[in-house]
Design a protein around this ligand. Structure first.
Ligand code: ADP
Ligand code: MG
Length: 310
């Protein structure tokens, strides 16, 4: 599964929403489209499944221009989940999740097995929840069902537009972890839109930071933090600093690992927070540090990649 944007432009009423976008998405990426409101994130997502058309350039899905697909076929290969879940209010949870499999003509037994499998994957007991209606669920549970529905027919790619935006922080964190697990377990390609740097740093294998419909920077979370490409990136990462604040609440202690190979030449105190350690790495342009105690004894090392995972 690959998605390739080549010189994509999109205009609304003559105003450019996306300008000359070039991007190649590989199988298995959890690619986060990040940027301020109005930067074009949703537009990029919607062009992939042709909810909106592109005005110039070409978008390739598995090497084939998306306009050459039958639109229903295209959409069924792409799960879509968004903030206002859009569950069918008069259908049960099971019925909601089964929407696409039924359209595809799966037999009843296979549909039921899939519904149960997905509910379990999203930590919802099928016996308790399968026959409920959306209004009998909490916001977080509705969102889980929305994700399950998007995954139901085992799509090649999952498109998610601020799916957790409306949730309280605790529920949101739980769903972020659930999504990470799903990504690890399935190896699915996921395009995830958010304006929340914290969420992007937590989830992304790669971030595309948009500004006024253009790419400001593409890179791993660490690359953006370590080597912001321009003032916009610096300001955006700095101002939306909730993520960094969270890092400052957590200690590096649980991330210390035995040193393999060469001992990192710079040190960090074992009492440091994740934020301090990562900040130090960014300043020094290194991706690992030796951890020392009060007496200067080396306890092990911390690696940036480990710190940026939970
Ligand atoms: P984001 O998701 O990053 O907030 P959008 O992709 O929704 O940004 O919007 C990008 C730009 O395109 C904005 O300036 C927005 O006002 C404009 N836009 C989006 N959808 C429409 C539409 N249907 N009609 C006119 N303008 C739109
Ligand atoms: Mg949007």
């Amino acid at each position: 599964m690959t998605i390739k944007f080549e010189n994509i432009c999109k205009f609304y009423d003559g105003a450019a929403a996306i300008t000359d976008l070039n991007l190649h998405i590989q199988q298995g990426e959890l690619l986060v489209l990040l940027g301020p409101s109005g930067s074009g994130k949703s537009t990029v997502l919607k062009m992939v499944n042709r909810m909106t058309s592109h005005d110039a350039g070409q978008i390739f899905f598995n090497g084939r221009e998306i306009n050459s697909f039958n639109i229903q076929d295209l959409r069924r290969r792409m799960g879509y989940a968004m903030q206002s879940v859009g569950l069918f209010p008069h259908r049960t949870v099971a019925h909601n999740i089964a929407t696409v499999p039924k359209l595809l003509g799966w037999d009843a037994q296979r549909v039921q097995a899939r519904v149960n499998e997905l509910l379990k994957l999203l930590a919802m007991d099928p016996e308790q929840y399968a026959s409920r209606y959306p209004h009998q669920l909490s916001g977080g549970q509705q969102q889980r069902v929305g994700v399950a529905r998007a995954l139901a027919a085992d799509p090649d790619v999952l498109l998610m537009d601020e799916p957790f935006g409306a949730l309280d922080p605790v529920t949101r964190a739980a769903l972020q972890l659930a999504l990470k697990k799903i990504h690890r377990a399935t190896g699915k390609t996921i395009l995830f839109v958010t304006h929340d740097i914290d969420e992007a740093l937590l989830l992304a294998t790669r971030i595309v930071l948009l500004n006024h419909g253009r790419i400001a920077q593409v890179g791993t979370p660490l690359e953006l933090l370590q080597r912001p490409a321009n003032e916009f990136v610096v300001n955006f990462l700095g101002r939306t600093d909730l993520g960094l604040k969270q890092l400052s609440l957590r200690s590096i202690t649980s991330h210390i690992k035995a040193i393999e190979g060469i001992e990192p030449s710079h040190t960090v105190a074992h009492t440091a927070t994740l934020r301090e350690a990562i900040s130090q790495m960014a300043t020094l342009h290194v991706s690992s540090l030796s951890v020392v105690d009060e007496s200067g004894t080396v306890l092990g090392q911390v690696k940036a990649t480990d710190l940026l995972e939970n």
